[in-house]
Design a protein around this ligand. Structure first.
Ligand code: IMP
Ligand code: MG
Length: 172
């Protein structure tokens, strides 16, 4: 397997800081819940939370569609429900990457059906050319091509989440 860095640590830090400011500006005066999609978005969510200029609550949801494969199985299962009541709150769904769009479509539907005042989606990475269902995030860190990537929370069979940078992997 070969690996090639496509986004450096410094670029990630700068971009996440910008996103935190932008989201804070848009949601000024709101009670914000960052809803982190486990496990991949954990690194992004903790950095984004600290880049926000208002205080935010943190909650977690987990869905599964991948197993350990590089391609989506297309079936989205809810593995862990959020704990907080979102009624009247503004929920920012925090995701690591949007690929086929199936996971975000389901998570968005789930949250929107629970009485949140506002539901936004912030994804660290987006692969717009890989959609199998249409989905547009409100905030995108970086748009990338349809390559499989690791690092900054993204895994390949549970490995490499703790890399500071984003790398493309290719099986050799
Ligand atoms: P989607 O439902 O196809 O949009 O898939 C989204 C989920 O698949 C993400 O939350 C990731 O967990 C995983 N995923 C998609 N692309 C990649 C990738 O390039 N590397 C690692 N995980 C990925
Ligand atoms: Mg994920």
């Amino acid at each position: 397997m070969t690996q090639q860095t496509i986004i450096e640590r410094r670029q990630i830090e700068d971009r996440v800081a910008e996103m935190g400011k932008e989201i804070s500006r848009d949601l000024e005066g709101h009670q914000v819940i960052l809803l982190c999609v486990l496990k991949g978005a954990v690194f992004f969510a903790t950095d984004l939370a600290r880049a926000m200029t208002m205080d935010v609550a943190l909650d977690f949801i987990q869905v599964s569609s991948y197993g350990s494969e590089m391609k989506s199985s297309g079936v989205v299962t809810l593995l862990k429900e959020p704990q907080m009541d979102v009624t009247g709150k503004s929920v920012v769904i925090v995701e690591d990457i949007i690929d086929s769009g199936m996971s975000m479509r389901e998570v968005h539907r789930y949250v929107a059906g629970r009485g949140a005042r506002v539901v936004k989606v912030a994804t660290f990475l987006d692969k717009p050319d890989s959609r199998r269902v249409p989905f547009t995030a409100d905030y995108v860190g970086f748009s990338i091509g349809s390559k499989f990537v690791i690092g900054y929370g993204l895994d390949y069979a549970e490995r490499y989440r703790n890399l500071y940078e984003i790398r493309v992997v290719e099986e050799s």
